[in-house]
Design a protein around this ligand. Structure first.
Ligand code: FAD
Length: 608
């Protein structure tokens, strides 16, 4: 068994930042990650990182834009803390050696991004995430922070009191991918989940194949609810054949969207008369799909993004990576032709419910980055706000887990935060098919940390052996089923009948998953085993998204409902919680906090 003060699961931007900060505050910290740190998906981030650096800009404006972008579903303590700390985090990155793009006079460049009232997106070419990841990994190496890389965390070691708010997390169980060894990691202070997104829930996504929602799903099964999962961001400019992202930086630099009739539809059809292509992502994605669905798309599938007028010098200077992506994945020369684009799943606004220090309702269990919901992005994230988020909240959680934070959180979590029970007209039962199966349960019955961890390791060994002993269904068939129904039924446009169909299909997928088996008998680098375990996480996340979407009868941010065409603050200004209690999922709600430090964010019509 390995032992540290703080165990950080995941070594993308959020995990690295959390580890550095915990280490700065004296904690013995380790990173446990299924991918090598610099292969984490943060490396794919292209466009940039927002911070109010310019003298004419302010953190209050950044906070206001973020809250407006969230369609007033952000919690003010998280939004304010975020906007205030983003500039110092960007400056810190610069001091650590991040090669930001600069103006002639040497100042760090900032470009416009969707939904921002001031150009505040700093960037390093169109490879911002790559540089951010490498810059922070250098700091991890410099500090000698232990990295257990290619260790796949499969279970949390959590006590099993009936009330999740009374449980404690003592560590994690993980499989060493190179050997198949199942090991325990005891965390004296706490576990920070920084496992990233869940794009694998959909079949057209800008996310990598490793983005399977492991953190939120494991935490959910241990008793920490998932929050606001129905809010899924679909990015308007992904390449049709692969889902590879074409950065918002292209539109930030002046790129234009055209439909099949060569109309600049964002303006000409009145989707966003002021901001045009730079309206918020949910607005642009819906506009594109409306054009395509009404027959004004190209090949009934996509629209065009044109950057030819920007000129070769500017494109090569600021967007060179985009030229390579368009050429390599679509065979298009972006200097000579417009690029084909369509909406693709991109970002999960929801995640494990945590407070503004990243702490969940379970003692010692934290979540940060895309795996978490503080709630900062609410119903819709603004482009360029995820990278500063993982810096700000990674640092806050790292500090808290190291024991260096005195103040109490303002955002309540867990069952005590519940103010209202949810109602769901589900056509099928939800949750695990067999709640007693080791696949469905986490935690131990015993009291000491060692006993809790030992019990979790034992449960995991049994689970893996069961999977190995069956010659059953291939996990890929189950995952395909989930991805197909989610893409067809829980996409940008949502209707009640489709959402119900998705729940039926997910139930079928769960039943099939009971039969799943591992064909590859080897212990070393067994990707069959890893993908099979990940698929269970994909199902749990898909169900939380769909259940939340079916219950929420309004149109807010990224969540569009055919039958409910407006935001309904009277009934729906509240967060959705999807919790695992007593072997079955429960839906409930808690209020949104709109009272900030400097202003109360009064919900207004969100127009761009
Ligand atoms: C193509 C693309 C471009 C983007 N561009 C921008 C941008 O320009 N600006 C912006 O602000 N945002 C951008 N985003 C969003 C942003 O990049 C991500 O939200 C953010 O990088 C996620 O960081 P993370 O640290 O939470 O997760 P990741 O970087 O995905 O890291 C997750 C880590 O968790 C580990 N892990 C996962 N599961 C397990 C497990 N079970 N056991 C052990 N380890 C595990 C992985 O190995 C990895 O190290 C973009 C997103 C995409 C997909």
């Amino acid at each position: 068994m390995y032992e540290h003060d703080v165990i950080v699961v995941g070594a993308g931007g959020a995990g690295l930042r959390a580890a550095i900060e915990a280490h700065e505050h004296g904690a013995d910290v380790a990173l446990v990650t299924k991918l090598h740190p610099v292969r984490s998906h943060t490396g794919a981030a292209e466009g940039g990182i927002n911070a109010a650096l310019h003298p004419e800009d302010s953190w209050e404006l950044h906070a206001y834009d973020t809250m407006k972008g969230s369609d007033y579903l952000g919690d003010a303590p998280a939004v304010d803390a975020f906007a205030q700390a983003a500039p110092e985090e960007v400056i810190q990155l610069e001091h650590w050696g991040m090669p930001f793009s600069r103006e002639e006079d040497g100042t760090v460049s900032q470009r416009p991004f969707g939904g921002l009232s001031h150009p505040r997106t700093t960037y390093a070419g169109a490879e911002t995430g790559h540089h951010l990841l490498h810059t922070m990994y250098e700091q991890v190496v410099k500090r000698g922070i232990e990295v257990y890389d290619e260790w796949f965390v499969t279970r949390l070691a959590v006590t099993d009191e009936p009330d999740p708010g009374e449980r404690t997390c003592y560590g994690v169980v993980a499989i060493e991918i190179a050997t198949g060894e199942i090991g325990g990691f005891y965390a004296r202070n706490g576990v920070i989940l920084a496992t990233g997104g869940l794009g694998e829930v959909f079949d057209h996504t800008t996310n990598a194949i490793a983005c399977t929602g492991d953190g939120p799903a494991m935490a959910f099964r241990a008793g920490a609810p998932m929050e606001d999962m129905e809010f899924v961001q679909f990015h308007p400019t992904s390449l049709p054949s692969t889902g590879v992202l074409i950065s918002e930086g292209v539109r930030g630099e002046g790129g234009i969207l055209y439909n099949g009739n060569e109309e600049r539809f964002m303006f000409e059809s009145g989707y966003a008369n002021n901001e045009g292509e730079l309206a918020s992502r949910d607005v642009v994605s819906r506009a594109e799909l409306t054009e395509i669905n009404e027959g004004r798309g190209i090949e009934d599938e996509y629209v065009h993004l044109d950057m030819r007028h920007l000129g070769e010098e500017r494109v090569v200077d600021r967007l060179e990576n985009i030229l390579h992506l368009a050429e390599d994945f679509e065979g298009v020369d972006g200097l000579e032709e417009p690029m084909p684009v369509k909406p693709g799943q991109h970002y999960q606004m929801g995640g494990t419910e945590v407070d503004e220090y990243g702490h969940s309702c379970i003692e010692g269990l934290y979540a940060v980055g895309e795996a978490a919901c503080y709630s900062l992005h609410g119903a819709n994230r603004l482009g360029g706000n995820a990278l500063p988020e993982l810096m700000v909240f990674g640092a806050r959680a790292g500090r808290h887990a190291a024991g260096a934070v005195e103040s109490e959180a303002e955002i309540p979590t867990g069952p005590t935060a519940k103010t209202e029970a949810g109602e769901l007209d589900s056509p099928v039962d939800l949750g695990a098919v067999d709640a007693a199966s080791p696949v469905a349960t986490d935690g131990g019955e015993l009291a000491t940390p060692e006993e809790v961890l030992e019990a979790a390791i034992e449960a995991e060994r049994e689970r893996v052996e069961t999977l190995r002993s069956r010659e059953g269904v291939n996990h890929a068939d189950v995952r395909n089923m989930v991805q197909r129904t989610m893409t067809q039924n829980v996409n940008v446009f949502r209707e009640e009948s489709n959402l119900k169909q998705a729940l039926r299909d997910l139930r079928e997928a769960r039943e099939l998953y009971q039969e799943v088996g591992i064909r590859d008998p080897s212990r070393t680098y067994n990707t069959d085993l890893i993908h099979t375990i990940e698929t269970r996480n994909v199902i749990d996340c898909a169900e939380a998204i769909t259940a939340g979407a079916l219950a929420r009868e309004e149109f807010r941010g990224a969540h569009w409902r055919k039958q409910y065409q407006s935001r309904d603050d009277e009934n729906w200004l509240k967060h959705t919680l999807y919790a695992w209690n007593d072997g079955e999922p429960a839906l409930y709600y808690k209020p949104v906090i709109l009272e900030g430090q400097e202003q109360t964010y009064e919900p207004k019509v969100r127009s761009y």
